[in-house]
Design a protein around this ligand. Sequence first.
Ligand code: B4P
Length: 192
Amino acid sequence: MFNIILFGPPGSGKGTQSERLISKYGLKHLSTGDILRSEIAGQTQLGLEAKSFMDKGQLVPDEVVIGMISSALENNPKANGFLFDGFPRTQAQSEALDKLLQLKRTEIGVVLALEVSEEELVKRLLNRGLTSGRSDDNSEEIIRARIIEYHNKTSAVAGYYRQFNKVVSITGEGTVDEIFESLCSEIDKRMN
Ligand code: B4P
């Protein structure tokens, strides 16, 4: 079982690259952003609560997302490995994930950290907002709030995994194909 965290600020290409990686490596894709948006679409209690945070560019409380990932792991006992996209986003989420994986007698193989400049992130997300219908993509103010939230709470996740030598930085600017090749080359070094 090989488990990957795809890490990076909002708009760094996590969702874009995840789709290609799961198809190449046969991993189960776990995107907390996608799960939360599907809860919002279904107008569940969890979705209503999450929306109030997401619409302001804030992180959803740890206990909510940790619970979601715990259920997703339980519901996929036969997976060859997981690709975590947008999770963990705080140190508490990182510690909780390590414990959940220990229970399954597995661990994170590598944390691939996409690096993209702030101006490029804002440009990409505003551009996505033209067609995505996502309320968190259609105002520069909310996008900048998401980036501040990333610096305040999420960048610590890389520090947490660095102590175990699991983080590899990848340039997240260039074509989608070029970035995909860099990601695959790092995965192949560790999987084989
Ligand atoms: P997410 O759904 O994780 O979304 P994201 O960070 O906005 O996007 P991502 O990084 O996947 O987008 P991509 O670059 O692929 O989070 C949304 C919200 O959910 C958070 O703000 C938070 O409120 C909540 N949430 C989620 N997980 C949480 C957690 N664990 N804890 C607490 N709260 C949580 O795409 C961006 C754009 O760039 C696209 O238009 C794409 O086409 C484009 N793009 C991609 N690669 C490109 C390239 N190489 N060149 C040019 N454009 C590119």
